[in-house]
Design a protein around this ligand. Structure first.
Ligand code: CP
Ligand code: NVA
Length: 302
């Protein structure tokens, strides 16, 4: 495995297998001693419920101690050069979990840190989320090969990470976005290149009804991500045909599960009725953040 987990592209199929097989073991026992005596720092520029708590609790369950550094503490990129922060923190810590606005900030941290850096969400990627999502799909379907995951909404950090990983694990991935909200071209091309080799179907279109046909898993995320609050009004308008609701789901034509990385903006990207329905597996997804990230930390920071 690479030193850092910055995006799904850092992992090969055998890394992903190792993460998932350790996840399965760790999920059966709450506490263990893989990271006994280590200290992990959480450097966050944005708010968080799941990422912060699941990494922190997970680290403690593995025997490690944690330091949470809120946006106002480190002021990453503002108070001093990131390369200095990275080198100083490496003298104190055994690993860094970072949540940033600019993806370049994570890259800088990883480049200059001696210790492993794990991306806990940047504007471009959310690999820990996508790993937990795919683990959840495997739990529900018994496998991910040949399953169809459909994402309706913004071609954002979550989509990029799902694309990078689904191409590697054999999960077919269709995305529908409004015009102007496509996944990043370079990232998409990279995912397509991998998918071509692995025989996975990855596609993007502008028609939610068309994309959703035959889905095994239907996924959405907020229309306004953290840091985009000023665009909210425009986004509400641009995304209005991309709400995951009962009407749209009629087009699936089979049994499906509903996924969401959370937080949920109810009645925007998804209706309350759908997120609360029997098909929704969002809390299993959220729980699996804990188990999968424990495996990631155990493998990277040991
Ligand atoms: N899904 C997710 O990363 O949630 P938080 O922003 O609460 O960490
Ligand atoms: N796309 C969302 C994901 C939140 C977990 C954001 O970046 O805010």
């Amino acid at each position: 495995m690479n030193k850092d987990l910055i995006s799904g592209f850092d992992l090969n199929a055998s890394d992903i297998n190792a993460i998932f097989s350790l996840t399965k073991k760790l999920k059966k026992k709450k506490n263990s001693a893989e990271l006994l005596g280590k200290t992990i720092g959480l450097v966050f520029q944005k708010p968080s419920v799941r990422t912060r708590v699941s990494f922190e609790v997970g680290a403690r369950q593995l025997g490690a101690d944690c330091v949470y550094l809120a946006p106002q503490d480190i002021q990453l990129g503002a108070r001093e050069p990131i390369k200095d922060v990275a080198r100083v923190l490496s003298r104190y810590l055994d690993g860094i979990i970072a949540r940033t606005f600019a993806h370049a900030h994570i890259l800088d941290l990883a480049r200059y840190a001696k210790v492993s850096v794990i991306n806990g969400l940047s504007d471009l990627y959310h690999p820990a989320q996508a790993l937990a999502d795919i683990y959840t799909i495997i739990e529900k379907a018994g496998k991910c090969k040949g399953q169809k995951l459909v994402f309706i909404g913004d071609g954002n950090n979550v989509v990029h990470s799902l694309a990078a990983l689904s191409a590697k694990v054999g999960l077919n991935f269709s995305v529908a976005t409004p015009k102007g909200y496509e996944p990043d071209k370079k990232i998409w091309q990279e995912a397509l290149k991998i998918a071509k080799k692995t025989g996975v179907k990855i596609s993007h279109c502008y028609d939610a009804k068309q994309a959703i046909k035959g889905a095994d898993f239907v996924y959405t995320d907020v229309w306004t991500s953290m840091g985009q609050e000023k665009e909210r009004k425009k986004r509400l308008k641009d995304f209005r045909r991309f709400q995951v609701n009962a009407k749209l789901l009629e087009s699936v034509g089979k049994k499906y599960c509903i996924m969401h990385c959370m937080p949920v903006h109810r009645q925007e990207e998804i209706t309350d009725e759908v997120i609360e329905s029997k098909s929704s597996i969002v809390f299993d997804q959220a729980e699996n953040r804990l188990h999968v990230q424990k495996a990631v930390m155990a493998l990277l920071l040991k």
